[in-house]
Design a protein around this ligand. Structure first.
Ligand code: 3HC
Length: 301
């Protein structure tokens, strides 16, 4: 069955080489998924060799883990490893059909990346963004061919969560959208077409939940009590363990985008800002038994 809003699949372009801009937390997980499901060459780029090697190293280590668990054969493991590579030079994207960016969540940075890509890739190449909250239309507006840009938003952990939000910008054409849906299918993700609105659909809810829990803590309920109370509703993770998984800096960025769009609904907690500015990986620490606790330094922030 064709997903709601998806164009005819005949309009999809073949994807025979994928580019991933960025080699961080999300980008590396994306590269692994593309290698495994599309089985085409996947090349990652980042600002320096160290970041690139870390991203490629992550994919190779995860492939080894899959082999160790017996999920893939030694032949598949070797094949996947040979398909992933990295570079600091975006010229490697010249023959890619589908390039996805997963760089810093800032409009000017993403526009600059897309501008640079447009001068390198072929006319047929689709440019996708994994943005969590920014406008796809605005991101594409700096390009000569904005119709090739599509939002392709994954959820952490990428290997496990089936959802994918596909975003049609005002200028996105049917070929880009059809390619996005066809690629999502090969990746075995459940794609939904969402409007190009601040933080789309899912992050509006998740970030609101996190913001309300931290607000409850700001208002005096101990943070661990407020956070754990939500777990008893049957969520797979408490909001602040989830914030740790996503990364507090990313969470704060999404919250700030939502605050700019809907100031009343998304107040920015100063406690969250302090945590991010202090460079903390999250609110919780874990003891040797895997039990979360609030360390004194974080509690004092
Ligand atoms: N990375 C990769 N794989 C992971 C993982 C991680 N961080 N955490 C767990 N997994 C894998 C495990 O290896 C295991 O795989 P296996 O079956 O092949 O061995 C599988 O997930 C299940 O693991 P567990 O049995 O240990 O874990 P749980 O049943 O507790 O589930 C969870 C773990 C899937 C992470 C679950 O807690 C969950 O769904 N949490 C909510 C995640 C969520 O809401 N994410 C959305 C974040 S928002 C976002 O990403 C958008 C962005 O724009 C900000």
């Amino acid at each position: 069955k064709r997903p709601a809003g998806a164009p005819d699949k005949e309009q999809a372009r073949p994807v025979t080489k994928v580019g991933v801009v960025g080699a961080g937390l999300m980008a590396s997980q994306l590269a692994l998924l593309f290698v495994r499901r599309l089985e085409v060459p996947v090349v990652m780029t980042d600002l320096d060799e160290e970041r690139v090697s870390k991203g490629v190293g992550y994919v190779q280590a995860e492939v080894d883990k899959l082999l160790g668990k017996g999920r893939i054969s030694p032949d598949q493991a070797n094949r996947y490893k040979s398909l992933v590579s990295g570079s600091t030079d975006k010229a490697v994207f010249a023959d890619a059909d589908f390039v996805i960016e997963a760089v810093f969540e800032e409009m000017s940075v993403k526009q600059e990346v897309f501008g640079e890509l447009e001068s390198i890739v072929s006319d047929e190449c689709i440019l996708a963004t994994n943005t969590s909250s920014l406008s796809v239309t605005e991101m594409a507006s700096v390009l000569k061919s904005p119709e090739r840009v599509v939002g392709f938003h994954f959820f952490n952990p990428v290997a496990v969560l089936p959802l994918l939000e596909i975003v049609r910008g005002e200028q996105t054409d049917d070929a880009a959208l059809a390619t996005a849906f066809a690629t999502a299918k090969t990746l075995k993700k459940s794609a939904v077409l969402v409007k190009d609105a601040p933080a789309f659909v899912v992050n509006r809810i998740l970030i609101r939940v996190m913001a309300e829990v931290i607000k409850a803590a700001d208002d005096g309920t101990p943070l661990d009590v407020a956070d754990n109370a939500l777990l008893k509703l049957g969520l797979p993770m408490s909001p602040f363990v989830l914030l740790q998984l996503v990364g507090p800096a990313v969470g704060l960025h999404v919250l700030e985008s939502l605050h700019a769009a809907f100031p009343e609904r998304y107040p920015v907690s100063e406690n969250l800002r302090r945590l991010v500015e202090a460079g903390k990986p999250g609110i919780w620490s874990w003891d040797e038994n895997g039990k979360p606790y609030l360390d004194d330094e974080t509690a004092a922030l």
